[in-house]
Design a protein around this ligand. Sequence first.
Ligand code: PLP
Length: 410
Amino acid sequence: MANINENYLELQGGYLFAEIARRVAKFKQEHPGADIVRLGIGDVTRALAPAVIEAMHRAVKEMADADTFRGYGPEQGYDFLINAIIENDYNSRGITLDAGEVFISDGAKCDVGNTQEIFSTGCVIAVADPVYPVYVDANVMAGRGGRYNAASGKYDRIVYLPCTKGNAFTPELPAKRVDIIYLCYPNNPTGMTISKEGLKKWVEYAKRTGAVIIYDSAYEAYITEEGVPHSIYEVEGAREVAIESRSYSKTAGFTGVRCAYTVVPKELTGTDGKGNKVQLNTLWNRRQTTKFNGCSYITQRGAAAIYTPEGKKQTREIIGYYMENARIIREGLSAKGFEVYGGVNAPYIWLKTPGDLPSWEFFDMLLNRLNIVGTPGAGFGTCGEGYFRLTAFGSREDTLRAMERIKKGI
Ligand code: PLP
């Protein structure tokens, strides 16, 4: 009999979106005619940019001819995409990267979930509260969670860093020593950003303590304000302490296409059991070449097209469309007297529930009274209780309809 990995039994997973789906299905059964507007999901709704589609069509044609056909590609990704990333996403901001430091993948979810593998299971991880659940669950699977405490809603080996309006949704440095810190900015679910000064504090902490930061920058393309850091490597010394992941999912509507990348600088090290420094880039390269066979050629050609002049213009237009939705939601809610966060440099709007109503009660109220679906903040962590997330990824029509209902109905 094969024994299972019992860490999986500690997972509380799937609860949030499964519970939302259950409540919506029940409501629909009881109210078959209800016209439900969904502003809960984190998936995009606009079509891919024409430049991406054209590049992918060209790549398909290449695959149809034995002379230009491509089989297995480099596990780390094709040079044409890696070079476009370095030039456009980094050099343009004064950051220098070596081609061997960029790893193309099929999603930031996989990357932020998998990078923990190159660290000891003895490492203590720190996450923000509220948090994108993948960081927690991936570490729980590996055995870094310890026991789940149902009363506190927390794992006893994980350090939770509260993000509240008191600290502008950017966490304080941990009181106890941690080894791996997950930071996500612009943030899902709060839609808030971190300043360069704020990031500097974390880079200095990591340098001082030997910790490693895993910086999830999946929503970087949504930054609209000047002065907001686009990459952790804008902070001096960050190359020695941080891994950074980005995704084309929200940048260019690739949620169904699948392409992302992770940067592991060569200066970044961890220590082995004897205290010797080991380059993390080497370990991640080994991990990827062993367990991953590369993102498809067609997909990478599509991703590279985002960096062409037409691709840039078209993706900016799509992002602009979502950010206009964000503005409509943010301003509509503010006009109604809601306390609203995010939605300026991110497609997420994080609102305080009226009268401190528990998140799930607000969810039910919104669904029952206005037929609108959002995401209860409590589903992202205990500090999310009393908050609610709406997304700007819906169609303009749905966004306007939702706001019209809120204007009239709450
Ligand atoms: N990181 C964050 C913070 C996210 O919100 C998401 C998607 O919702 C991802 C990563 C996943 O990105 P991908 O679609 O590239 O796997």
